[in-house]
Design a binder for this molecule. Sequence first.
Ligand SMILES: [Zn+2]
Length: 342
Amino acid sequence: MLAFDRDMDVDSPQKHSHIAPRKHDHLWLSDGNVVLETDSLLFKVHKSILSMQSTVFKAMFELSDRDDDDDDDTKSDDDEMKGGSARYEGLPLVRLDGDRGSDVVHLLCAAYERQYYYRDNDATPLEVITALLTLSTKYDFKHIRRDVILQISRHYPMTMAAYEAIDNDKAPMFGEAREDCHYPLLKAVFAAKVDALLPILYYACADYTIDTMIDWWDTLDPACLKALLKGKDMITFATGSLITKLPEDVHGGSIACPNIPSCIGSARFSGFAKFLQLTDLKHFEGSKVVKICIRNACPMCTKVLADRINERREKIWNDIPSFFGFRDWGELWRKLAEDCKV
Ligand SMILES: [Zn+2]
């Protein structure tokens, strides 16, 4: 039953074509002193509890209280919505425009129940993580926001070794496979303006086909999509250059073979096509690349080439922030530390 028996102090469902929001089963607290309205749900909660955690709710309630004081002399039974003076069953009614009721449930549960959200619990569903990040930012719940950012940052480290150690597509993360988390997290992190986590998420998302990107075309913010596509293009160019420079390294005279006769003249290259269009740097680990691409080089020259590939791989990793519009990892570390300060 979606419609319900409600005391129509202000709003009438007949005014709207959509179904009227219903009271939430649990977040309708008997001694609550304010009603929050979303598209689908109503919550009776406490101004004091939310004000302690959220500067935005605090300001909204203060404004609503002030409007109520101003209206005291003029209020009538059929008082219409004006400013903060709307009421529901005698209590102040605050509309949360643009928020989904199901998302607000997560925010309020996290605000009320200590055990609801725990930043070390990586089984927390993805939709809870994204809702908490987005709404804690919108309403300035600093502690919740900090904890979610810390938790996400643990799954997206900023050093190549740490990132590659945990970057298993099928590994469970937030109730999904890791590979299914990158795009929803990118969307939430972009909306929440957590710059520190953007390049690493762009990097994770860049390693997908154009079909995946098209699936997200209408969901991602255009600026986010633009940065992703531009950065993907730059990584693809960098990794392509890394591979195609190999013959020049060998035949251009920058490698001196210690053997007589030198292996340089007989060294052959193949398999470059396997690496074209790849953006994930794990594919470009030196020893793997030389195994696929180089034939007839002596072990010492092969090792020199593998080391050179790894140096370039490291350089590309260091350039990732700049591909997506940021300066370097150091700047992002500082931003992350700032985000995690409350
Ligand atoms: Zn050699």
